[in-house]
Design a protein around this ligand. Structure first.
Ligand SMILES: Cc1cc2nc3c(=O)[nH]c(=O)nc-3n(C[C@H](O)[C@H](O)[C@H](O)COP(=O)(O)OP(=O)(O)OC[C@H]3O[C@@H](n4cnc5c(N)ncnc54)[C@H](O)[C@@H]3O)c2cc1C
Length: 448
């Protein structure tokens, strides 16, 4: 029989670990239970060509104060994303290079794009921070997919292509899967579309020495509370007295629980009593995006000598967003990029070899024949991860935010919800995960 604690935290990602730390710091007894054999969840360590890499969450940008503060507290430094040289845009079957932030698209497309991005940011700014479902136009915006909005409001091919590329890159989902209201809320939470996709001054501005996963690792190491690994929560029961969580490593009891897992994973836990219909309805309707993160190593970062930044985007290849991930001293060259949305679902089924061939062919198109000679290759298929079932984040189709959205942070009796999907700022990001852990812990701390 395991002793009763104040709080059981389900999930040892950044959200769960931060919640545990907050509670522990205020004298509460805590136990963290985690399905995987490691902590960190959607942050995950890896190696390529002898270099440490992040197979999951990686970048940090200005405004992500919780994440920057946590890293600093744990003694983890940041360094700038390499951003010198020209970028590659592979558009409509043709390779173009350009400098600065403006993609090399036809002039009419660029003018329309500018207008569209301004409109998105303007509309996103009208959403109330804690309750986007109450916005004046919420019902209207939540009645359409982003794709139907694109078809109705964007005329030029270039601007349409860009809008779809951004959706895949930011949500790992197709524009027809996402509500326009949810899209706007994500832009609001992430400080606007330029910020979300940008390097300098944007969400890809910097990285963590030793990898972002080391924040999770060190946060876990700093806890006094036990973390039980390989203990997926299968069933959670609550009574007037407390909660019990049945796992593969036994049943744990506490006064309260924080469920710090994505809604799609929470929906796979058996709740007794069953969750209220509205809450369960939300969990049924927040599927994860689909992404495969790929690293390719070369003897040197040859693209830098050719005046290229290593950044590429494409509307044609499945491996469609790429960045430079080489170490500062260039002892090896590394490119990192993503296969996302529908491409990830298709390529997950194709297997490692086919994926690798596709990736290398795409890199040859972006950076020339030297890209055909990698020295190492690592990919991480998040769609196949049992305890994530996709990434980066859960999303909402039309009708979900206005009908079910107000449940996202609403406790159910003694059950409290954390995880980046529940954040009001930087939802979907590591910063949002930390915010959610602090908020959920606070809900319990003020109860007694
Ligand atoms: C490829 C990729 C790239 C990304 N890039 C960035 C980036 O550059 N910058 C950024 O800020 N963010 C990025 N993200 C997103 C970021 O990693 C996440 O937002 C963040 O890590 C989520 O933390 P979390 O604690 O909310 O959830 P998670 O990390 O998913 O933690 C949930 C934990 O719960 C566990 N769990 C699930 N079900 C159960 C169960 N039944 N019982 C017990 N445990 C369970 C899981 O194993 C997991 O450890 C990226 C994510 C991916 C996958």
């Amino acid at each position: 029989m395991v002793a009763k604690v104040d709080v059981i935290v389900v999930g040892a990602g950044l959200a769960g670990l931060k919640a545990a730390q907050e509670l522990e710091a205020r004298g509460r007894s805590v136990i963290v239970i985690e399905a995987r054999d490691r902590v960190g969840g959607r942050t995950m360590p890896g190696m390529i060509a002898g270099e440490v890499i992040d197979r999951g969450g990686q970048w940090v940008g200005p405004g992500q104060q919780l994440l920057l503060g946590e890293a600093a507290r744990l003694g983890i430094e940041t360094y700038a994303q390499y951003d010198k040289g020209n970028q590659v845009l592979h558009y409509d079957g043709t390779r173009r290079t350009y400098s600065g932030d403006t993609p090399k698209l036809p002039l009419l497309s660029l003018l329309e794009l500018d207008r569209v991005v301004k409109r998105w940011n303007r509309e996103a700014a009208t959403l109330p921070m804690d309750a986007p479902w109450t916005a004046l136009k919420a019902l209207d915006w939540d009645a359409q997919t982003l794709e139907s909005w694109i078809l109705r409001n964007i005329r030029t091919k270039g601007a349409r292509t860009f809008a779809r590329l951004v959706t895949r890159a930011v949500f790992c989902a197709e524009p027809q899967q996402i509500s326009y209201l949810f899209f706007l809320e994500y832009l609001r939470s992430g400080h606007g579309v330029e910020h979300l996709i940008g390097v300098k001054g944007g969400a890809q501005e910097a990285k963590f020495r030793g990898g972002a996963h080391s924040i999770s690792r060190r946060l876990a190491d700093s806890l006094k509370s036990p973390i039980v690994l390989e203990a997926p929560a299968r069933a959670i029961a609550q009574t007037d007295e407390g909660v019990s969580v049945r796992t593969d490593k036994g049943t744990f009891e506490a006064s309260h629980a924080i469920i710090a897992v994505p809604p799609a994973l929470a929906s796979r836990i058996h709740f007794d009593a069953p969750l209220p219909a509205k809450h369960d309805g939300l969990f049924q309707r927040m599927p994860m995006g689909s992404v495969i993160k790929v690293h390719v190593a070369y003897a040197e970062p040859f693209w830098r000598k050719a005046g290229l930044s290593g950044q590429a985007a494409s509307d044609g290849h499945a491996f469609n967003v790429v960045f430079d991930q080489s170490p500062d001293d260039e002892r090896v060259g590394i490119l990192v990029g993503f296969i996302d949305g529908a491409h990830a679902i298709e390529m997950s089924a194709m297997g490692d070899n086919a994926r690798r061939q596709h990736v290398i062919a795409a890199l040859v198109d972006y950076f020339g024949p030297k890209a055909a000679e990698p020295i190492d290759y690592v990919d991480q298929d998040w769609t196949a991860e049992e305890w994530s079932r996709g990434c980066y984040v859960g999303h909402m189709a039309p009708g979900v935010m206005t009908l079910f959205g107000d449940q996202i942070r609403e406790p159910v009796g003694r059950l409290h919800w954390a995880g980046t999907e529940t954040a009001t700022e930087w939802a979907g990001y590591m910063d949002g995960a930390l915010q959610s852990g602090i908020r959920a812990a606070g809900e319990i701390l003020i109860r007694r």
